[in-house]
Design a protein around this ligand. Sequence first.
Ligand SMILES: Nc1ncnc2c1ncn2[C@@H]1O[C@H](COP(=O)(O)OP(=O)(O)OP(=O)(O)O)[C@@H](O)[C@H]1O
Length: 253
Amino acid sequence: MADMLEVNNLSIAFGGLQAVSAFNLNIKKGQLYGLIGPNGAGKTTVFNLLTGVYKPTEGLIKLDGENLIGKNTLEINKAGIARTFQNIRLFQEMSVLDNVKAGLHNHYKYSSLSGILRLPSYHKTEKIMDEKAVEILKVFDLDGEKNYMAGNLPYGKQRKLEIARALATKPKLLLLDEPAAGMNPNETLELMNTIRFVKEHFNMTILLIEHDMKLVGGICEALTVLNFGRILAEGKTDVVLNDSAVVTAYLGE
Ligand SMILES: Nc1ncnc2c1ncn2[C@@H]1O[C@H](COP(=O)(O)OP(=O)(O)OP(=O)(O)O)[C@@H](O)[C@H]1O
């Protein structure tokens, strides 16, 4: 069976800066994979390439066998990649429920006319979406806060809600950009359990960028280490984290 994500020879330059060079990555369905490396190594640029924010100067990206090169961000989301961001990007002034429903909109449609006229088909679709959104919120233990304004949730819960909204788009691959950024140790521990649960419960394929080595070592099955836009090491997590080049270049120990 083909890998869920196949990336070959991906490269991009910004002016004279080669931000990512000859990047390869293969992730199997259901795998929890980590992308690590020092600040400025090119990790977020890889996410931006995978999601169509940037167009690579070279390289191939395939999701579940489908070519993604040339598609825009919306087409790539529909093809099955959803992401969260380094800085939380929720609809802060919308309810928790409506944030998840925004993710569901890819899959539930009613015509604009039935929406404007509030026809029965509109109410029926809205009801189904409400139920579906609550179901997803339950997974994250956020259903009790469904009517809260998203911006009023504590930080750790906002991070969870972002993951819930991404999952509502029914992705094949979930990209998490520094999910533990700004979290205290308890929140990070809870997040690790949530990510593990998402993987098991949805049989989700996950690629995450993270600086928190406890989280990386605790949940990632395999890693790729980027340094100056190039792959420094890749393989099983424990092997990579003990690789002398990685320890020297990245962990600085
Ligand atoms: N749109 C852009 N224009 C110019 N340079 C960019 C652009 N996006 C990223 N870069 C540069 O590319 C390099 C890689 O940046 P990137 O944000 O991918 O690193 P990162 O590994 O995600 O770092 P961090 O861990 O700090 O988030 C950096 O030198 C950055 O300044």
